[in-house]
Write a protein that binds this ligand. Structure first.
Ligand SMILES: Nc1nc2c(c(=O)[nH]1)N[C@H]1C(S)=C(S)[C@@H](COP(=O)(O)OP(=O)(O)OC[C@H]3O[C@@H](n4cnc5c(=O)[nH]c(N)nc54)[C@H](O)[C@@H]3O)O[C@H]1N2
Ligand SMILES: Nc1nc2c(c(=O)[nH]1)N[C@H]1C(S)=C(S)[C@@H](COP(=O)(O)OP(=O)(O)OC[C@H]3O[C@@H](n4cnc5c(=O)[nH]c(N)nc54)[C@H](O)[C@@H]3O)O[C@H]1N2
Ligand code: SF4
Ligand SMILES: [Mo]
Length: 760
């Protein structure tokens, strides 16, 4: 997920924002694109009150950080299908019958119904799901209201993307680090594949680092574009990342390539780690990963000796059966090699001391221990729930000055699967009200059939959205959200990094679209708690957050594109690490306390079921879309009219598959329709399913859901015990057994797969 530019203080100090000449009648606004979660600083050109163009920033540190999704955003947001007024369901749930209502009417009814549900079932019967910067102006207000009302049941897409990484990184050294791309000498991409139109700034940083001689190591089962540019590419088996890293550690420890001084002075648990790592000799790791042992050793040596190295955050290890071990192993590699909080390594930035951070706004201390204990999923899979993060309160106060650090919103979440089970009536207590904001929950978690049951079993569903998504189709109310072009924003990476960037509002929201800030303000009023959101306007709220800088939001916008605390390295020398021991915990005291293995391990796949001989991975991103969005934009659909199944030539031959043929992919949970594209970059027996397919032009409502029931990958994403990470309870999306079924070729496609396929 999110990133500010690589921290190069000199470049930032030298940076000057210069306006380019624009046509008469055209003004510019300095905005931050929130179409995806990397947040490029871009320029919006405004004519007659409407944004007519998005272009790259003139500030040299942000230049070239733009992709086709950002450029197309004004068009996509001006689409006639955008929801511009609150809609209330009038027929049965999912019937597709709506009436337009006013915000006042909607909020007053929502407030009353929510109060009634809370009175009957308790505050924990209210669950909320959000995601990343679609809800940008929330800034913790949602949690603040939930905490005062008494519900711990907040879930988010960040449970599968960076939020959970942040929570698990804390187990080792108390914070989530950010790589120093500007000075690093070696970058390791564990499956992560930034490219021209996917996480463009990351792509640019990596290219710049390579241009000045930094090494690149890529682990990816598929020959991705990053793999093609790498010094070393390890084509590992899907889902075997934790085993790979255990192999690297084995080499690094055996060959004494680690930073002995740092290990001795600043870590605990080294001897235990050593014993665990000895269980993974290279021959075993080669078997588990399917990679050549000598190449594994070569990569380990490169990481340890060519440094300072970085392992940038990757969603790939967020979505595996061994996710907690995988993320912990990344932290352990960084630590034993001495790359933590050093130039060219990975900085533990801490909060920006001048900004009132979102963790403070959230007010987690007001939620009682009794309500925290009810957080769904925390009994079985506590890692990122209140229970799992409780032990950080004291150390975080010691090092970072406050008890709660909800980094990337991921450190006090309920687990999504447990929440949907409770919503479907299979939990410890009923959950009967479900709100989702800037999130497409049906398609953005695992086990879509369960989520449908869960939604059909609700008394009240509220969506805050732009479009009639499959999830919104099942709501009681759809409230029209504003977009990033239509709101100011103070971007602080959810407190993870210390830099802060302002984004100007470029145009008025159309129709009756409102921000999440306004939504929470109105809801706080309807719940008789107006004092929780006392600011009239978003800008006032930002002025409050910026108070200590001596600047208002407007003054900040005029002064700079980026406000940061000067970088400090090796901050642990003053206050230690924010872990219970104050040291880097190679063996985690908190995981041990919670009853889990305190050392990283690798849990192998269940035995192969001959019914499902192939493995699939899902989660793949397509250049023209962000996640489940943007399929309504013709310019984007032209690039990807249909969901494509990538298979190797060998697998295609074995299963008699032809290019452009429609097939079904099926497993124990469900099946989807998809079109074959044969790729020699794919390994045999592994197939690739793109994430988030539905077609806005298809029939809406229950039983159809605009094609989501036909195409969505979440129908193949399992969440039973074998497919959940033990500590976090997040699903395994990388290497799920499946089979391909031949079907009658009735489906019409707009173009052959070869013509529509983008670069990746
Ligand atoms: N255009 C566009 N860009 C996007 C997004 C988008 O929707 N559209 N989404 C953004 C978001 S939220 C995210 S999280 C990122 C995700 O972006 P990336 O981190 O690049 O993730 P993916 O594209 O899902 O897959 C990256 C690579 O992981 C490989 N892979 C699959 N399984 C495994 C495995 O088990 N181990 C390893 N080591 N590799 C594996 C795949 O072959 C693929 O090449 O993209 C961001 N960028
Ligand atoms: N099965 C499965 N689940 C996954 C993943 C996967 O690969 N497979 N990927 C995971 C990852 S990496 C991520 S980042 C998450 C993403 O999860 P989500 O954030 O839910 O992903 P999107 O599909 O982008 O849904 C966002 C919705 O917000 C709406 N929206 C966009 N901007 C705004 C706005 O400004 N205001 C409002 N109110 N609404 C807005 C869009 O129309 C869209 O419907 O999903 C995670 N879940
Ligand atoms: S990479 Fe593209 S979509 Fe993402 S923030 Fe940048 S311009 Fe926007
Ligand atoms: Mo993501």
């Amino acid at each position: 997920m999110p990133a500010a530019p690589p921290f190069d203080p000199q470049a930032i100090a030298d940076a000057k924002f210069e306006e380019r000449e624009v046509r008469p009648g055209v003004t510019t606004k300095r905005t931050i694109c929130q179409t995806c979660d990397i947040a490029c600083s871009v320029v919006a050109e405004v004519e007659k009150g409407r944004v007519v163009k998005i272009r790259s920033s003139d500030n040299p540190i942000f230049r070239d950080n733009i992709c086709m999704k950002g450029i197309m955003a004004p068009k996509g947001l001006a689409d006639p299908t955008r929801i511009l007024q609150p809609l209330k369901r009038v027929g049965k749930r999912g019937s597709g019958e709506w009436e337009k209502v006013s915000w006042d009417e909607a909020i007053s009814d929502i407030g009353q119904r929510l109060k009634a549900i809370i009175a009957k079932h308790g505050p924990e019967a209210w669950a909320v799901s959000t995601s990343q910067w679609n809800t940008a102006t929330d800034h913790g207000l949602g949690r603040r209201i939930m905490n005062h009302v008494g519900s711990p049941n907040w879930i988010s897409g960040v449970a599968l993307c960076a939020g959970n990484t942040a929570a698990v990184n804390r187990f080792t050294y108390g914070w989530f680090p950010m790589g120093d791309f500007a000075n690093t000498k070696c970058i390791v991409l564990m499956g992560h594949n930034p490219r021209r139109h996917s996480w463009t700034p990351m792509y640019n940083f990596i290219r710049q680092a390579q241009a000045r001689g930094a090494k690149l190591i890529v682990t990816d089962p598929r020959r991705s574009s990053s793999a093609e540019r790498a010094d070393i590419w390890l084509p590992l088996k899907a889902g075997s990342d934790a085993a790979m890293m255990l192999g690297w550690l084995k080499v690094i420890l055996d060959e004494e390539l680690y930073d002995k001084k740092f290990v001795e002075n600043w870590t605990i648990g080294f001897d235990d780690l050593r014993k665990r790592v000895d269980e993974y000799p290279l021959e075993r790791v080669a078997k588990l990963t399917g990679c050549d042992p000598e190449m594994i050793a070569k990569a380990a040596r490169m990481y340890a000796t060519e440094g300072p190295s970085i392992i940038p955050w990757t969603p790939i290890t967020d979505m595996q059966r061994n996710s907690t071990s995988g993320i912990r192993l990344q932290s352990i590699l960084r630590s034993v090699c001495g790359y933590v909080d050093v130039p060219g390594g990975e900085r533990l930035e801490g909060f920006n001391p001048d900004i009132i951070n979102e963790s403070t706004i959230e007010m987690h201390h007001v939620l009682s221990d009794a309500q925290k204990a009810k957080q769904l999923g925390s009994d079985q899979h506590p890692a990122f729930t209140y229970r799992g993060q409780e032990a950080f309160r004291e150390p975080t106060k010691r090092v970072y000055g406050q008890e709660y650090a909800n980094l990337i919103m991921g450190c006090h979440m309920a687990t999504p699967s447990a929440t949907f089970r409770a919503m479907a009536g299979q939990g410890p207590y009923p959950v009967k009200a479900f709100f989702f904001l800037g999130n497409n929950p049906l398609m953005s978690y695992a086990n879509m059939p369960l989520i449908i049951d869960a939604m059909m079993n609700q008394d009240l569903i509220v969506a805050h959205e732009h479009f009639m998504t499959p999830s919104a189709q099942l709501a009681d109310y759809i409230l029209p959200g504003d977009s990033w072009l239509e709101r100011p924003w103070l971007m602080d990476s959810f407190g993870w990094m210390s830099s802060v960037r302002p984004s100007e509002k470029a145009m008025e929201p159309p129709g009756e679209c409102k921000s999440t800030f306004e939504f929470w303000k109105l809801l706080a009023g309807a719940l008789d708690k107006p004092e929780l959101v006392p600011w009239d306007r978003l800008e006032d709220f930002y002025d409050y957050r910026l108070e200590k800088t001596g600047m208002t939001f407007d003054q900040l916008v005029k002064k700079t594109d980026i406000y940061f605390a000067p970088p400090k390295f090796r901050q642990y020398e003053q206050k230690g690490f924010a872990t219970p021991s104050g040291k880097v915990e190679l063996k985690s005291s908190i995981l041990e306390e919670l009853g889990f293995d305190p050392l990283p391990y690798f849990r192998e796949d269940p035995p192969v079921d001959p019914e499902y001989p192939l493995k699939l991975f899902t989660g793949v991103r397509e250049d023209g879309f962000f996640q489940t969005g943007h399929r309504h934009i013709p310019e984007m659909r032209k690039h990807h009219p249909e969901p494509l199944l990538f298979v190797s030539p060998g697998t295609a031959t074995q299963y008699h598959l032809a290019e452009d043929e429609w097939v079904e992919v099926e497993n124990e949970m469900g099946k989807i329709s998809i079109k074959v594209a044969i790729k020699d970059a794919m390994p045999d027996d592994l197939i690739r399913i793109p994430h988030g397919w539905w077609k806005p032009e298809m029939k809406q409502g229950a039983g159809h859901l605009s094609g989501a029931l036909k195409y969505a990958d979440a129908q193949l994403c399992r969440d039973d015990a074998d497919y959940l990470d033990r500590e976090q309870g997040i699903p395994h999306l990388k290497g799920v057994p499946c089979r391909i079924n031949k079907v009658e070729q009735s489906e019409q496609s707009v173009a052959p797969a070869s013509a529509m396929e983008p670069a990746e």
